[in-house]
Design a protein around this ligand. Structure first.
Ligand code: FAD
Length: 488
Protein backbone atom coordinates (compact mmCIF):
# COMPACT_ATOMS: atom_id res chain seq x y z
CA UNK A 1 0.00 0.00 0.00
CA UNK A 2 1.50 3.41 -0.91
CA UNK A 3 1.96 5.80 2.01
CA UNK A 4 0.61 9.36 2.20
CA UNK A 5 1.40 12.01 4.79
CA UNK A 6 -0.83 15.03 5.36
CA UNK A 7 0.68 17.96 7.24
CA UNK A 8 -2.08 19.70 9.22
CA UNK A 9 -5.58 18.56 10.22
CA UNK A 10 -7.42 21.61 8.86
CA UNK A 11 -10.61 20.86 6.95
CA UNK A 12 -8.72 20.47 3.65
CA UNK A 13 -6.15 18.17 5.25
CA UNK A 14 -8.88 15.93 6.68
CA UNK A 15 -10.71 15.85 3.32
CA UNK A 16 -7.48 14.99 1.49
CA UNK A 17 -6.83 12.18 3.99
CA UNK A 18 -10.33 10.77 3.35
CA UNK A 19 -9.96 10.90 -0.41
CA UNK A 20 -6.52 9.25 -0.39
CA UNK A 21 -7.67 6.56 2.05
CA UNK A 22 -10.55 5.78 -0.35
CA UNK A 23 -7.92 5.55 -3.12
CA UNK A 24 -6.09 2.89 -1.08
CA UNK A 25 -3.32 4.94 0.48
CA UNK A 26 -2.14 4.32 4.01
CA UNK A 27 -2.68 7.83 5.36
CA UNK A 28 -1.15 9.58 8.39
CA UNK A 29 -2.08 13.12 9.42
CA UNK A 30 0.37 15.11 11.56
CA UNK A 31 -1.16 18.09 13.39
CA UNK A 32 0.66 20.68 15.50
CA UNK A 33 -2.31 21.35 17.83
CA UNK A 34 -3.81 18.84 20.23
CA UNK A 35 -7.13 19.01 18.32
CA UNK A 36 -8.20 18.75 14.66
CA UNK A 37 -9.94 21.39 12.54
CA UNK A 38 -7.47 24.30 12.51
CA UNK A 39 -9.65 27.38 12.03
CA UNK A 40 -12.77 25.19 12.20
CA UNK A 41 -12.56 24.49 15.93
CA UNK A 42 -14.58 25.18 19.09
CA UNK A 43 -14.20 25.91 22.79
CA UNK A 44 -16.35 25.97 25.93
CA UNK A 45 -16.42 28.59 28.64
CA UNK A 46 -18.64 29.00 31.71
CA UNK A 47 -21.57 27.01 30.29
CA UNK A 48 -21.27 28.50 26.79
CA UNK A 49 -19.99 26.73 23.66
CA UNK A 50 -18.50 28.77 20.83
CA UNK A 51 -17.50 27.81 17.30
CA UNK A 52 -14.13 29.53 17.14
CA UNK A 53 -13.90 30.29 13.41
CA UNK A 54 -16.32 29.75 10.53
CA UNK A 55 -20.00 30.34 11.28
CA UNK A 56 -21.62 30.30 7.85
CA UNK A 57 -22.09 26.90 6.21
CA UNK A 58 -22.75 26.80 2.48
CA UNK A 59 -22.38 24.06 -0.17
CA UNK A 60 -22.99 21.11 2.21
CA UNK A 61 -22.90 18.82 -0.83
CA UNK A 62 -19.09 18.99 -0.73
CA UNK A 63 -19.14 17.47 2.77
CA UNK A 64 -21.78 14.89 1.82
CA UNK A 65 -19.71 13.92 -1.19
CA UNK A 66 -16.94 12.60 1.09
CA UNK A 67 -19.35 10.23 2.87
CA UNK A 68 -20.83 9.14 -0.47
CA UNK A 69 -17.39 8.43 -1.94
CA UNK A 70 -16.64 6.27 1.07
CA UNK A 71 -19.89 4.34 0.56
CA UNK A 72 -21.38 5.69 3.79
CA UNK A 73 -24.69 7.39 4.49
CA UNK A 74 -23.98 11.08 5.22
CA UNK A 75 -26.74 11.34 7.84
CA UNK A 76 -25.12 8.54 9.89
CA UNK A 77 -22.28 11.02 10.53
CA UNK A 78 -23.49 14.54 9.97
CA UNK A 79 -26.84 16.34 9.96
CA UNK A 80 -27.72 19.86 8.93
CA UNK A 81 -30.75 21.94 8.12
CA UNK A 82 -31.43 24.60 5.53
CA UNK A 83 -32.01 28.07 6.98
CA UNK A 84 -35.27 29.82 6.18
CA UNK A 85 -33.64 33.09 7.12
CA UNK A 86 -30.18 33.67 5.70
CA UNK A 87 -29.24 36.84 7.57
CA UNK A 88 -30.75 39.83 9.38
CA UNK A 89 -29.35 43.23 8.37
CA UNK A 90 -29.48 46.38 10.48
CA UNK A 91 -28.58 49.99 9.69
CA UNK A 92 -28.06 52.81 12.16
CA UNK A 93 -31.10 54.69 10.80
CA UNK A 94 -33.23 51.75 12.10
CA UNK A 95 -33.77 50.15 8.69
CA UNK A 96 -34.02 46.38 9.13
CA UNK A 97 -33.96 43.79 6.38
CA UNK A 98 -34.28 40.04 6.69
CA UNK A 99 -32.77 38.03 3.84
CA UNK A 100 -35.20 35.11 3.57
CA UNK A 101 -34.18 32.02 1.65
CA UNK A 102 -37.50 32.26 -0.20
CA UNK A 103 -36.62 34.79 -2.86
CA UNK A 104 -40.17 36.18 -3.26
CA UNK A 105 -40.37 36.76 0.48
CA UNK A 106 -36.93 38.41 0.43
CA UNK A 107 -37.99 40.62 -2.50
CA UNK A 108 -41.12 41.75 -0.60
CA UNK A 109 -38.92 42.59 2.37
CA UNK A 110 -36.62 44.62 0.10
CA UNK A 111 -39.54 46.52 -1.42
CA UNK A 112 -40.98 47.23 2.04
CA UNK A 113 -37.75 48.53 3.56
CA UNK A 114 -35.72 50.04 0.70
CA UNK A 115 -36.17 51.85 -2.62
CA UNK A 116 -35.01 48.76 -4.52
CA UNK A 117 -37.35 46.36 -6.31
CA UNK A 118 -38.02 42.67 -6.81
CA UNK A 119 -36.71 43.01 -10.35
CA UNK A 120 -33.38 44.41 -9.09
CA UNK A 121 -32.71 41.53 -6.70
CA UNK A 122 -33.82 39.00 -9.32
CA UNK A 123 -31.47 40.47 -11.94
CA UNK A 124 -28.63 40.56 -9.41
CA UNK A 125 -29.10 36.91 -8.38
CA UNK A 126 -29.54 35.80 -12.00
CA UNK A 127 -26.19 37.40 -12.83
CA UNK A 128 -24.65 35.69 -9.81
CA UNK A 129 -25.94 32.35 -11.10
CA UNK A 130 -24.53 33.02 -14.58
CA UNK A 131 -21.08 33.76 -13.16
CA UNK A 132 -21.27 30.50 -11.20
CA UNK A 133 -22.31 28.53 -14.30
CA UNK A 134 -19.37 29.88 -16.28
CA UNK A 135 -16.72 29.63 -13.57
CA UNK A 136 -17.37 26.77 -11.18
CA UNK A 137 -16.12 23.84 -13.19
CA UNK A 138 -12.98 25.46 -14.54
CA UNK A 139 -12.01 27.90 -11.81
CA UNK A 140 -13.10 25.99 -8.72
CA UNK A 141 -13.16 22.28 -9.40
CA UNK A 142 -10.01 21.84 -11.49
CA UNK A 143 -6.38 22.80 -11.36
CA UNK A 144 -5.74 25.98 -13.34
CA UNK A 145 -2.14 24.85 -13.69
CA UNK A 146 -2.54 21.71 -15.80
CA UNK A 147 -2.70 21.70 -19.58
CA UNK A 148 -5.54 19.17 -19.74
CA UNK A 149 -7.82 21.64 -17.92
CA UNK A 150 -7.59 23.86 -21.00
CA UNK A 151 -8.01 21.17 -23.62
CA UNK A 152 -11.39 20.10 -22.28
CA UNK A 153 -14.61 21.03 -24.17
CA UNK A 154 -16.29 22.51 -21.08
CA UNK A 155 -13.29 24.76 -20.47
CA UNK A 156 -13.43 25.98 -24.04
CA UNK A 157 -17.15 26.74 -23.58
CA UNK A 158 -16.38 28.64 -20.36
CA UNK A 159 -13.70 30.71 -22.03
CA UNK A 160 -16.08 31.62 -24.85
CA UNK A 161 -18.41 33.00 -22.16
CA UNK A 162 -15.61 34.86 -20.34
CA UNK A 163 -17.25 38.24 -21.05
CA UNK A 164 -20.19 37.23 -18.84
CA UNK A 165 -18.16 36.93 -15.64
CA UNK A 166 -17.88 40.70 -15.16
CA UNK A 167 -14.11 40.69 -14.56
CA UNK A 168 -13.45 44.19 -15.84
CA UNK A 169 -15.24 46.36 -13.29
CA UNK A 170 -15.21 46.29 -9.51
CA UNK A 171 -17.95 44.74 -7.43
CA UNK A 172 -18.88 48.15 -6.06
CA UNK A 173 -19.30 49.58 -9.60
CA UNK A 174 -21.34 46.60 -10.74
CA UNK A 175 -23.56 46.63 -7.68
CA UNK A 176 -24.37 50.32 -8.20
CA UNK A 177 -25.73 49.33 -11.58
CA UNK A 178 -27.88 46.54 -10.11
CA UNK A 179 -29.50 48.46 -7.25
CA UNK A 180 -31.04 51.93 -6.94
CA UNK A 181 -30.90 51.88 -3.13
CA UNK A 182 -27.49 52.47 -1.51
CA UNK A 183 -28.39 50.00 1.26
CA UNK A 184 -28.81 47.20 -1.27
CA UNK A 185 -25.48 48.15 -2.86
CA UNK A 186 -23.95 47.77 0.59
CA UNK A 187 -25.70 44.41 1.05
CA UNK A 188 -24.23 43.21 -2.27
CA UNK A 189 -20.76 44.63 -1.62
CA UNK A 190 -20.53 42.74 1.66
CA UNK A 191 -20.06 39.45 -0.18
CA UNK A 192 -16.45 40.53 -0.94
CA UNK A 193 -15.70 39.96 2.75
CA UNK A 194 -16.60 36.26 2.34
CA UNK A 195 -13.10 35.75 1.03
CA UNK A 196 -11.44 38.68 2.79
CA UNK A 197 -11.45 41.08 -0.16
CA UNK A 198 -12.31 44.72 -0.83
CA UNK A 199 -15.44 45.34 -2.97
CA UNK A 200 -13.99 48.65 -4.16
CA UNK A 201 -11.03 46.80 -5.73
CA UNK A 202 -12.16 43.21 -6.31
CA UNK A 203 -13.61 42.26 -9.72
CA UNK A 204 -17.38 41.90 -9.97
CA UNK A 205 -16.76 38.19 -10.66
CA UNK A 206 -16.96 37.85 -6.87
CA UNK A 207 -20.67 38.54 -7.27
CA UNK A 208 -20.77 34.76 -7.73
CA UNK A 209 -20.84 34.43 -3.91
CA UNK A 210 -24.49 35.47 -3.32
CA UNK A 211 -25.53 32.60 -5.60
CA UNK A 212 -23.94 30.17 -3.16
CA UNK A 213 -25.66 31.73 -0.15
CA UNK A 214 -29.01 32.90 -1.51
CA UNK A 215 -29.72 30.47 -4.38
CA UNK A 216 -28.03 27.28 -3.13
CA UNK A 217 -28.80 28.18 0.48
CA UNK A 218 -27.24 28.66 3.88
CA UNK A 219 -27.27 25.77 6.36
CA UNK A 220 -26.79 25.04 10.03
CA UNK A 221 -25.03 21.84 11.13
CA UNK A 222 -27.20 20.31 13.86
CA UNK A 223 -24.35 20.17 16.35
CA UNK A 224 -22.74 23.46 15.36
CA UNK A 225 -19.97 24.20 12.87
CA UNK A 226 -17.44 22.06 14.71
CA UNK A 227 -19.57 19.02 13.83
CA UNK A 228 -18.15 19.35 10.29
CA UNK A 229 -14.66 18.71 11.65
CA UNK A 230 -15.79 16.00 14.08
CA UNK A 231 -17.80 14.05 11.53
CA UNK A 232 -15.05 14.13 8.91
CA UNK A 233 -12.40 13.04 11.42
CA UNK A 234 -14.70 10.16 12.40
CA UNK A 235 -15.11 9.18 8.72
CA UNK A 236 -11.34 9.39 8.17
CA UNK A 237 -10.68 7.20 11.22
CA UNK A 238 -13.29 4.69 10.04
CA UNK A 239 -11.34 4.51 6.78
CA UNK A 240 -8.14 3.76 8.67
CA UNK A 241 -6.53 7.22 8.63
CA UNK A 242 -4.21 7.74 11.62
CA UNK A 243 -4.16 11.18 13.27
CA UNK A 244 -1.12 12.27 15.29
CA UNK A 245 -1.67 15.37 17.43
CA UNK A 246 0.93 17.70 18.99
CA UNK A 247 3.18 16.72 16.09
CA UNK A 248 4.55 19.88 14.55
CA UNK A 249 6.26 19.03 11.30
CA UNK A 250 9.67 20.74 10.98
CA UNK A 251 10.73 19.85 7.47
CA UNK A 252 9.56 18.30 4.23
CA UNK A 253 12.31 15.99 3.02
CA UNK A 254 13.24 16.19 -0.65
CA UNK A 255 15.71 14.00 -2.54
CA UNK A 256 16.50 14.28 -6.24
CA UNK A 257 13.58 16.70 -6.72
CA UNK A 258 11.17 14.16 -5.28
CA UNK A 259 9.46 14.24 -1.89
CA UNK A 260 10.79 11.63 0.50
CA UNK A 261 8.85 12.26 3.70
CA UNK A 262 8.84 14.61 6.67
CA UNK A 263 10.90 15.35 9.73
CA UNK A 264 9.52 16.00 13.23
CA UNK A 265 12.30 16.92 15.66
CA UNK A 266 14.92 14.37 14.57
CA UNK A 267 12.44 11.68 13.55
CA UNK A 268 12.20 10.94 9.82
CA UNK A 269 8.92 9.55 8.50
CA UNK A 270 8.96 8.40 4.89
CA UNK A 271 6.05 8.54 2.45
CA UNK A 272 5.29 8.23 -1.26
CA UNK A 273 3.25 11.42 -1.33
CA UNK A 274 3.07 14.40 1.02
CA UNK A 275 0.27 17.02 1.06
CA UNK A 276 0.77 20.22 3.01
CA UNK A 277 -2.41 21.68 4.48
CA UNK A 278 -0.55 24.51 6.18
CA UNK A 279 -0.40 28.03 4.78
CA UNK A 280 1.70 27.93 1.61
CA UNK A 281 3.81 30.82 2.95
CA UNK A 282 4.97 28.80 5.96
CA UNK A 283 5.19 25.58 3.94
CA UNK A 284 8.00 27.24 1.99
CA UNK A 285 9.49 29.49 4.68
CA UNK A 286 9.64 26.85 7.41
CA UNK A 287 9.35 23.36 5.90
CA UNK A 288 11.11 23.87 2.55
CA UNK A 289 13.75 26.39 3.63
CA UNK A 290 16.44 24.97 1.33
CA UNK A 291 14.25 24.73 -1.76
CA UNK A 292 13.61 27.41 -4.41
CA UNK A 293 10.92 29.80 -3.13
CA UNK A 294 8.11 31.12 -5.36
CA UNK A 295 8.87 34.69 -4.25
CA UNK A 296 6.17 36.46 -6.26
CA UNK A 297 3.42 34.21 -4.92
CA UNK A 298 4.64 34.51 -1.35
CA UNK A 299 4.55 38.31 -1.63
CA UNK A 300 0.94 38.49 -2.83
CA UNK A 301 -1.48 40.66 -0.85
CA UNK A 302 -3.13 38.70 1.94
CA UNK A 303 -6.84 38.66 2.72
CA UNK A 304 -8.22 40.61 5.66
CA UNK A 305 -8.31 39.13 9.16
CA UNK A 306 -10.85 39.28 11.99
CA UNK A 307 -11.23 40.49 15.53
CA UNK A 308 -13.72 38.39 17.45
CA UNK A 309 -15.26 38.87 20.88
CA UNK A 310 -16.88 35.66 22.10
CA UNK A 311 -19.41 36.96 24.58
CA UNK A 312 -21.65 35.00 26.94
CA UNK A 313 -24.75 37.26 27.12
CA UNK A 314 -27.17 36.90 30.01
CA UNK A 315 -30.29 37.82 28.03
CA UNK A 316 -32.14 36.63 24.95
CA UNK A 317 -32.77 38.88 21.94
CA UNK A 318 -35.79 37.85 19.82
CA UNK A 319 -34.96 40.60 17.30
CA UNK A 320 -31.69 38.78 16.44
CA UNK A 321 -31.31 35.61 14.39
CA UNK A 322 -28.49 33.16 13.74
CA UNK A 323 -26.60 35.59 11.45
CA UNK A 324 -26.84 39.35 12.02
CA UNK A 325 -25.06 42.29 10.41
CA UNK A 326 -24.96 45.85 11.72
CA UNK A 327 -23.66 47.93 8.84
CA UNK A 328 -21.16 50.77 9.02
CA UNK A 329 -22.47 54.15 7.93
CA UNK A 330 -19.48 54.60 5.62
CA UNK A 331 -18.54 51.35 3.94
CA UNK A 332 -15.93 52.83 1.62
CA UNK A 333 -14.07 54.41 4.50
CA UNK A 334 -14.21 51.11 6.38
CA UNK A 335 -12.51 49.28 3.49
CA UNK A 336 -9.94 52.05 3.05
CA UNK A 337 -8.99 51.49 6.68
CA UNK A 338 -8.82 47.70 6.19
CA UNK A 339 -6.78 47.60 3.00
CA UNK A 340 -5.05 50.98 2.66
CA UNK A 341 -4.12 52.38 6.08
CA UNK A 342 -4.32 48.88 7.65
CA UNK A 343 -6.16 50.21 10.67
CA UNK A 344 -9.68 49.76 12.09
CA UNK A 345 -12.48 52.18 11.23
CA UNK A 346 -14.26 53.74 14.21
CA UNK A 347 -17.69 52.72 12.85
CA UNK A 348 -17.04 49.07 11.88
CA UNK A 349 -19.61 46.71 10.38
CA UNK A 350 -20.42 44.26 13.17
CA UNK A 351 -21.38 40.63 12.58
CA UNK A 352 -23.04 38.62 15.36
CA UNK A 353 -23.50 34.87 15.07
CA UNK A 354 -25.65 33.23 17.74
CA UNK A 355 -25.58 29.45 17.41
CA UNK A 356 -27.69 29.05 20.59
CA UNK A 357 -30.66 30.25 18.51
CA UNK A 358 -30.59 26.77 16.94
CA UNK A 359 -28.55 24.70 19.34
CA UNK A 360 -30.08 25.61 22.67
CA UNK A 361 -27.43 23.96 24.83
CA UNK A 362 -24.75 26.31 23.44
CA UNK A 363 -25.77 28.79 26.18
CA UNK A 364 -27.36 28.55 29.65
CA UNK A 365 -31.13 29.00 29.80
CA UNK A 366 -32.17 32.62 29.11
CA UNK A 367 -28.72 33.45 27.69
CA UNK A 368 -27.07 33.61 24.24
CA UNK A 369 -23.58 32.92 22.89
CA UNK A 370 -22.54 35.92 20.79
CA UNK A 371 -19.72 35.44 18.32
CA UNK A 372 -19.15 39.14 17.62
CA UNK A 373 -16.80 39.80 14.74
CA UNK A 374 -15.46 42.74 12.76
CA UNK A 375 -13.18 42.60 9.74
CA UNK A 376 -9.71 43.95 10.50
CA UNK A 377 -6.51 44.28 8.45
CA UNK A 378 -4.08 41.41 8.43
CA UNK A 379 -1.25 41.69 10.91
CA UNK A 380 1.71 43.81 9.83
CA UNK A 381 2.79 44.59 13.39
CA UNK A 382 0.07 47.07 14.39
CA UNK A 383 -0.50 47.72 18.09
CA UNK A 384 -3.33 45.20 18.59
CA UNK A 385 -3.76 45.98 22.29
CA UNK A 386 -4.75 49.56 21.41
CA UNK A 387 -6.84 48.43 18.42
CA UNK A 388 -8.72 45.87 20.53
CA UNK A 389 -9.60 48.35 23.26
CA UNK A 390 -10.83 50.95 20.77
CA UNK A 391 -12.72 48.44 18.62
CA UNK A 392 -14.44 46.87 21.64
CA UNK A 393 -15.71 50.29 22.76
CA UNK A 394 -16.90 51.16 19.21
CA UNK A 395 -18.68 47.81 18.79
CA UNK A 396 -20.48 48.19 22.11
CA UNK A 397 -21.44 51.78 21.28
CA UNK A 398 -22.91 50.69 17.94
CA UNK A 399 -24.86 47.75 19.38
CA UNK A 400 -26.16 49.83 22.30
CA UNK A 401 -27.47 52.40 19.84
CA UNK A 402 -29.06 49.84 17.51
CA UNK A 403 -30.57 47.57 20.14
CA UNK A 404 -31.27 50.16 22.84
CA UNK A 405 -29.32 48.26 25.52
CA UNK A 406 -26.43 48.54 27.95
CA UNK A 407 -24.42 45.67 26.49
CA UNK A 408 -21.50 45.86 28.92
CA UNK A 409 -23.77 44.94 31.82
CA UNK A 410 -24.97 41.80 29.96
CA UNK A 411 -21.57 40.31 29.14
CA UNK A 412 -20.81 37.60 31.67
CA UNK A 413 -17.89 35.95 29.95
CA UNK A 414 -15.45 37.04 27.24
CA UNK A 415 -12.71 35.57 25.04
CA UNK A 416 -10.95 37.44 22.28
CA UNK A 417 -9.34 36.29 19.02
CA UNK A 418 -7.15 38.69 17.02
CA UNK A 419 -4.91 38.32 13.92
CA UNK A 420 -1.82 37.59 15.99
CA UNK A 421 -3.59 34.72 17.77
CA UNK A 422 -5.05 33.43 14.49
CA UNK A 423 -1.51 33.23 13.13
CA UNK A 424 -0.12 31.51 16.21
CA UNK A 425 -3.00 29.02 16.55
CA UNK A 426 -3.26 27.97 12.89
CA UNK A 427 0.01 29.19 11.28
CA UNK A 428 -1.87 31.46 8.87
CA UNK A 429 0.52 34.09 7.56
CA UNK A 430 -0.40 37.53 8.98
CA UNK A 431 -3.54 36.00 10.51
CA UNK A 432 -5.35 36.28 7.17
CA UNK A 433 -8.57 34.26 7.14
CA UNK A 434 -8.60 33.28 3.47
CA UNK A 435 -5.00 33.13 2.22
CA UNK A 436 -4.39 35.70 -0.52
CA UNK A 437 -6.94 38.42 -1.24
CA UNK A 438 -9.02 38.39 -4.44
CA UNK A 439 -8.60 42.12 -4.96
CA UNK A 440 -6.97 41.78 -8.40
CA UNK A 441 -8.61 40.70 -11.68
CA UNK A 442 -6.26 37.75 -12.05
CA UNK A 443 -6.19 36.59 -8.42
CA UNK A 444 -7.69 33.21 -9.34
CA UNK A 445 -4.75 32.53 -11.67
CA UNK A 446 -2.08 33.82 -9.30
CA UNK A 447 -2.71 31.62 -6.26
CA UNK A 448 -0.21 28.84 -5.67
CA UNK A 449 -1.04 25.66 -7.58
CA UNK A 450 -2.00 22.44 -5.80
CA UNK A 451 1.35 20.92 -6.81
CA UNK A 452 4.82 22.11 -7.77
CA UNK A 453 6.72 21.09 -10.88
CA UNK A 454 9.94 21.44 -8.87
CA UNK A 455 9.23 18.67 -6.32
CA UNK A 456 7.51 15.52 -7.47
CA UNK A 457 4.77 14.01 -5.26
CA UNK A 458 4.42 17.13 -3.10
CA UNK A 459 0.91 18.65 -3.03
CA UNK A 460 -0.74 21.72 -1.48
CA UNK A 461 -4.27 21.94 -0.09
CA UNK A 462 -6.22 24.47 1.97
CA UNK A 463 -7.37 28.06 1.96
CA UNK A 464 -4.05 29.62 0.92
CA UNK A 465 -3.74 27.78 -2.43
CA UNK A 466 -6.00 27.21 -5.43
CA UNK A 467 -9.02 27.54 -5.52
CA UNK A 468 -9.00 29.75 -2.37
CA UNK A 469 -10.30 30.21 1.17
CA UNK A 470 -13.53 29.25 2.89
CA UNK A 471 -14.76 25.75 3.73
CA UNK A 472 -16.23 24.86 0.29
CA UNK A 473 -13.10 25.87 -1.60
CA UNK A 474 -10.76 24.25 0.92
CA UNK A 475 -12.74 21.02 0.39
CA UNK A 476 -12.42 21.42 -3.37
CA UNK A 477 -8.63 21.77 -3.08
CA UNK A 478 -8.64 18.24 -1.61
CA UNK A 479 -10.67 16.97 -4.59
CA UNK A 480 -8.27 18.59 -7.05
CA UNK A 481 -5.23 17.03 -5.36
CA UNK A 482 -6.80 13.56 -5.17
CA UNK A 483 -7.72 13.83 -8.88
CA UNK A 484 -4.17 14.86 -9.83
CA UNK A 485 -2.66 11.98 -7.85
CA UNK A 486 -5.09 9.51 -9.44
CA UNK A 487 -4.26 10.72 -12.94
CA UNK A 488 -0.51 10.60 -12.51
P1 FAD B 1 -6.51 25.58 8.55
O1 FAD B 1 -7.80 25.66 9.26
O2 FAD B 1 -5.74 26.81 8.30
O3 FAD B 1 -5.62 24.51 9.32
C1 FAD B 1 -4.26 24.30 9.10
C2 FAD B 1 -3.79 23.30 10.14
O4 FAD B 1 -2.39 23.06 9.97
C3 FAD B 1 -3.98 23.81 11.57
O5 FAD B 1 -4.67 22.85 12.32
C4 FAD B 1 -2.54 24.00 12.07
O6 FAD B 1 -2.40 23.78 13.46
C5 FAD B 1 -1.81 22.95 11.26
N1 FAD B 1 -0.37 23.22 11.16
C6 FAD B 1 0.24 24.40 10.91
N2 FAD B 1 1.59 24.24 10.89
C7 FAD B 1 1.82 22.92 11.13
C8 FAD B 1 3.00 22.13 11.20
N3 FAD B 1 4.22 22.66 11.02
N4 FAD B 1 2.87 20.80 11.47
C9 FAD B 1 1.65 20.23 11.64
N5 FAD B 1 0.50 20.94 11.58
C10 FAD B 1 0.58 22.26 11.31
N6 FAD B 1 -15.09 29.91 5.99
C11 FAD B 1 -16.37 29.65 5.66
O7 FAD B 1 -16.62 28.84 4.75
N7 FAD B 1 -17.41 30.25 6.34
C12 FAD B 1 -17.20 31.14 7.34
O8 FAD B 1 -18.16 31.65 7.95
C13 FAD B 1 -15.87 31.45 7.69
N8 FAD B 1 -15.61 32.32 8.71
C14 FAD B 1 -14.34 32.37 9.22
C15 FAD B 1 -14.14 33.07 10.42
C16 FAD B 1 -12.90 33.05 11.03
C17 FAD B 1 -12.69 33.79 12.31
C18 FAD B 1 -11.84 32.32 10.43
C19 FAD B 1 -10.49 32.25 11.11
C20 FAD B 1 -12.02 31.68 9.21
C21 FAD B 1 -13.27 31.68 8.60
N9 FAD B 1 -13.53 30.99 7.41
C22 FAD B 1 -14.82 30.78 7.00
C23 FAD B 1 -12.43 30.43 6.61
C24 FAD B 1 -12.23 28.95 6.87
O9 FAD B 1 -12.14 28.74 8.26
C25 FAD B 1 -10.93 28.50 6.25
O10 FAD B 1 -10.86 28.85 4.87
C26 FAD B 1 -10.75 26.99 6.33
O11 FAD B 1 -11.15 26.47 7.59
C27 FAD B 1 -9.26 26.71 6.08
O12 FAD B 1 -8.99 25.39 6.25
P2 FAD B 1 -7.58 24.81 5.89
O13 FAD B 1 -7.81 23.40 5.52
O14 FAD B 1 -6.90 25.67 4.89
O15 FAD B 1 -6.71 24.78 7.19
Amino acid sequence: MPKAIIIGAGIAGIATAIRLAIDNYEVSVFEANDYPGGKLSQFNKQGYRFDAGPSLFTMPQYVDKLFNLAGKKPSDYFEYEKLEEVCRYFWDDKTHLTAYADIDKFAKEIEKNTQSTQQEINTFLKKSETIYDVTHEVFLEKSLHLLNTYTNVNTAKSFLRFGEIDAFRTMAKANQSFFTDAKMVQYANRFATYNGSNPYQAPATLNVIPHLEQNFGAYFPKNGMYAITQSLVKLAEDLGVKFYYKKKVDEILVENKKVKGIKINSEIIEADVVASNIDVYFTYKKLLKDEAQPQKILKQERSSSALIFYWGIKKEFPQLGLHNIFFSDNYKDEFNHLFKSKTIFNDPTVYINISSKFKKDDAPSGCENWFTMINVPNNIGQNWEVFKTEARANIIKKLNKNLGIDLESLIETEEVLDPVLIESKTSSYRGSLYGTSSNGKFAAFLRHANFTKKIKNLYFVGGSVHPGGGIPLALLSAKIVADIIKNE
